[in-house]
Design a protein. Sequence first.
Length: 81
Amino acid sequence: MSAAEQERADWLDPGFWERLDRLQGSHQRLQAQHHDAQRGLERLTPRETEELRRAWAHYCQVIDELDRSTAEFEALRMCPE
């Protein structure tokens, strides 16, 4: 048993500590992925940056249209008349 495990409050459910450990591990991995992605974005050339902006703007437009279409389907489903 590690020192950290010895310091854990006995009155808390062991499942809590297991979930906390998994969450901390996941959080650390995600922080590393975020840092890697950020470094990748910082290395983009101005041309690549503009292409990414255009692609992102197009993606957002498509998502907006999809949201509207989905809302129309949902309205039709709720009030078929």
